[in-house]
Design a protein around this ligand. Structure first.
Ligand SMILES: *Cc1c(COP(=O)(O)O)cnc(C)c1O
Length: 501
């Protein structure tokens, strides 16, 4: 990149817009040899970012996109604090401990009113799950070693609907992931099938409170009952982890009587994303353990850091403090009442959206009324176009809505999913319904050939689905057409199916 050097004050006057400094494409591979004025750098970066989507219209994500200005202020004033410097920032450490206590109580951990709970703040649920998984693995290994049994083939039982971080955990930490397959019409882990899959090498069964794909809560209570029976029969003591990344801040407020947490004896650890319905910007998650017995001491590092003992159990060392500080802000600012209000409001808006979508008569609703506030819906008839085209077309209106196929064995079902967050209002819900209607009308009016042409080309080339082109001629039957359309879009989104977060 070439930056014109401004020689005279006269030229400076004209060099206010950053593009005037840039005479060549922006650097992408190597650091530029020379510096540039800060205003120019700011403008270049800022302008390039204009092409990103608008986070508020990003309905693909559970992650918080709006906080109060007071919180933004707290974040900016703590942005230069390294969380790990606990000795220097003892108050920040104290705030994280208070958050852990509050969450543990919310999840009915068996700790006294003034007793410190066991848990830690993380970057998100993924890190939380790595830590919880490691604790299970280590505990299981220790037990097997003590019994003189092999301990080299640990596995975890989950539903095929697990979030990608479980696959990561399995691969990074060498634990086999045994997935209970789904069925068309049933998109969460079946507790009975899960318990059937448990064997002596199972380090835990992971249940999801708020399936990423449909928002549905898995039946942790039934899982607890069935697993207790199996443990009795076999003499094992297979525990449960609850991945409450999104549901952990929904269920306690909306369904206080639903037993999914430490009220169930086999639930030994729970993770929740502070940056989802915990209402904090991206960068905070939590994991809490039932008791000290469930967190092997050998995983906790005691570091003498600048003069004091600092127990740590995280994957990373340094990280920002702002998210932890703002989590504490949200807890005391909103209180139980405030969280309940917000979650109720999200549910109402999800209902408005769901009813609007149902009213078009063109979709089946796949999400449940009890669960995380989201609406997942599939096209009743995808012979002419699919949810993937609807998602693409909605982009033009600024809406970012993911479309994806379900995991095995429900791959034939493709859905759109709209996550309802606090900042998604009633009127935005109505607006979205009317934009969906517009898009459908446009797609309905397209000549079928225009849609099918692209599909045909791709379908012929698609060998992975086992489809063989029929001498270059389009097939006419409904099933074939449906298969072609589905196969085309599967190719398009092959790498994207687990991209929803
Ligand atoms: C979002 C999500 C995760 C991953 O959480 P991050 O906080 O984004 O790391 C894990 N499990 C479920 C069920 C989720 O919804």
């Amino acid at each position: 990149m070439v930056i014109t050097t401004t020689k005279t004050s006269q030229e400076n006057v004209h060099s206010t817009f950053a593009s005037r400094y840039v005479r060549a494409p922006l650097p992408r591979f190597q650091m530029p040899p020379n510096s540039m004025p800060k205003e120019a750098a700011y403008q270049i970066v800022n302008d390039e970012l204009m092409l990103d989507g608008n986070p508020r219209l990003n309905l693909a994500s559970f992650v918080t996109t709006w906080m109060e200005p007071e919180c933004d202020k707290l974040i900016m004033s703590s942005i230069n604090k390294n969380y790990v410097d606990m000795d220097e920032y003892p108050v920040t450490t104290e705030l994280q401990n208070r958050c852990v206590n509050m969450i543990a109580h919310l999840f009915h951990a068996p700790v006294g009113d003034n007793e410190a709970a066991i848990g830690v703040g993380t970057v998100g649920s993924s890190e939380a799950i790595m830590l919880a998984g490691l604790a299970f693995k280590r505990k299981w290994q220790a037990k097997r070693k003590a019994e003189g049994k092999p301990f080299d083939k640990p596995n975890i039982v989950t539903g095929a609907n697990v979030q990608v971080c479980w696959e990561k955990f399995a691969r990074y930490f060498e634990v086999e992931l045994k997935e209970v397959k789904l069925m068309e019409g049933y998109y969460v882990m079946d507790p009975a099938k899960a318990v059937e899959m448990v064997d002596e090498n199972t380090i835990c069964v992971a249940a999801i409170l708020g399936s990423t794909l449909t928002g549905e809560f898995e039946d942790v209570k039934l899982l607890n009952t069935l697993l207790t029976e199996k443990n009795k029969e076999t003499g094992w003591d297979t525990p449960i982890h609850v991945d409450a990344a999104s549901g952990g801040f929904i269920a306690p407020f909306l369904y206080p009587d639903l037993e999914w947490d430490f009220r169930l004896p086999l639930v030994k650890s729970i993770n929740v994303s502070g940056h989802k319905y915990g209402l904090v910007y991206a960068g905070v998650g939590w994991v809490v353990w039932r008791s000290t017995d469930d967190l092997p001491d050998e995983l906790v590092f005691h570091i003498n850091y600048l003069g004091s003992d600092q127990p740590t159990f995280t994957l990373n060392f340094s990280k920002g403090s702002s998210q932890i500080i703002s989590q504490y802000y949200q807890f005391i600012r909103l209180g139980f009442e405030g969280y309940k209000n917000i979650m109720e409001n999200c549910m109402v808006n999800a209902k408005v959206l769901k009813e609007g979508i149902e009213k078009t008569g063109r979709f089946d609703i796949v999400s449940k009324d009890v669960g995380v506030p989201l609406v997942a819906f599939s096209l009743k008839d995808s012979t002419r176009y699919t949810v993937f085209q609807i998602a693409e077309s909605l982009r033009r209106f600024g809406w970012i809505i993911p479309a994806y196929t379900m995991p095995p064995n429900a791959e034939r079902i493709a859905v759109l999913r709209v996550v309802v967050r606090e900042d998604f209002s009633h009127s935005l819900a109505q607006r979205l319904v009317s934009d969906i209607e517009k898009v459908m009308k446009e797609l309905d009016d397209l000549p079928p050939r225009a849609i099918m042409k692209a599909v045909h080309v791709a379908a012929v080339a698609d060998e992975t689905e086992g489809y063989k082109g029929n001498g270059g001629h389009l097939k006419k039957s409904v099933t074939d057409t449906q298969r072609e359309v589905a196969s085309y879009w599967r190719r398009v989104v092959k790498e994207k199916t687990s991209g929803v977060c």
